[in-house]
Design a protein around this ligand. Structure first.
Ligand code: FBP
Length: 309
């Protein structure tokens, strides 16, 4: 037995009984690699912000980040479970860093240049074949629940997830509500985050990534139910617990994103809340790579200590 294939890892793998051994092995790779390997917790470095937000907004705060190698090395040195990026960034380093860290190929991306109004929908920018060629453990895909372009994105996900699973890869879904069906504030409302996690789970995601939920219920119909059943949403741990429960009663790996760069104490307070609520970990992009390398390593060390505790 691999030393990090702990009872907890086996328990998590048992939640995916319909997956083939290749996919289970790749989920296990994500769960057994890095500092948190074996704990059932994950910290992933995602660097698709160059595509999503633009190069200067992403990398000017810490210019070594313009270089793709920088992020591979940061994820490896910090002891992350995995590194996620679009095709170009992975092609630039997957050979040089082969075998050093599990990779997740983001198979769709959006940019901040086009105006998609009520219909945000990322373009498919890579293939399952690319993920296999680059030695990835998983594909990554972003959905925007609430978007008027929902049919297109869910149909693409359905096809890509089926193909990825056929070839023994894991499926990681970024589930970010936005578009015509949700208000700006509502994008992180607790009912909406919980709904986003449920949709990703129903689409067959093995790992689901949502934003930390706020103390707000967006939909009037949902609000009645939250009140009637007194669902606790006051504190971040309450809300995280609810979102995790909404992903198949806690039988899906749900991790939370870091958001815009903020002060170290704010980041750590949020991570403590996620841990306390039973979240499976974090995917921390800008708060990692926009800090100078030494500070980023220190922050990721502190984040992992919280999840280890
Ligand atoms: P951050 O920690 O930088 O927020 O990264 C997490 C992430 O999911 C990235 O993968 C993605 O680029 C970004 O958030 C998208 O954020 P948004 O679309 O809300 O600007």
């Amino acid at each position: 037995m691999h030393e990090h294939t702990t009872p907890r890892v086996k328990e998590i793998l048992s939640w995916y009984p319909s997956d083939n051994p290749g996919t289970l092995t790749n989920i296990a790779r994500l769960l057994t690699h890095g500092r948190l390997g074996g704990t059932g917790k994950l910290v992933i470095l995602p660097v698709d912000q160059g595509f999503e937000h633009g190069p200067a907004r992403s990398f000017a705060p810490n210019p070594p980040g313009y270089d793709p190698d920088y992020h591979f090395q940061l994820a490896i040195d910090a002891g992350c479970n995995a590194y996620a990026a679009p095709l170009g960034f992975l092609e630039a380093g997957a050979g040089k860093f082969a075998g050093q860290i599990p990779l997740i190929l983001k198979l769709n991306n959006s940019d901040s240049l086009s105006k998609l109004g009520g219909a945000p929908c990322s373009a498919v920018t890579g293939s399952v074949k690319d993920a296999i060629r680059l030695g990835c453990s998983a594909i990554g895909y972003t959905i925007y629940p609430g978007s008027d372009a929902r049919n297109t994105q869910l149909e693409h996900l359905r096809e890509l997830a089926a193909e990825a699973k056929e070839y023994g890869l894991a499926v990681v879904v970024w589930s970010y509500p936005r578009g015509g069906g949700v208000s700006k504030e509502g994008e992180t409302a607790v009912d909406i985050c919980a709904y986003a996690a449920q949709i990703a789970a129903q689409m067959g995601a093995h790992v689901i990534k949502v934003k930390p939920p706020k103390e707000l219920v967006e939909h009037p119909e949902a609000k009645k139910v939250y009140e009637k059943y007194a669902i606790p949403i006051k504190t971040l741990p309450d809300r995280v617990r609810h979102v995790v429960q909404s992903a198949f009663g806690g039988r899906r790996i749900v991790i939370f994103s870091g958001g815009e760069a903020k002060g170290t104490e704010d980041v750590l307070a949020e991570i403590r809340g996620i841990k306390e609520g039973g979240g499976f970990g974090s995917i921390v992009g800008r708060n990692s790579f926009q800090r100078p390398r030494a500070e980023a390593l220190k922050l990721l060390d502190a984040v992992m200590k919280i999840y280890e505790s």
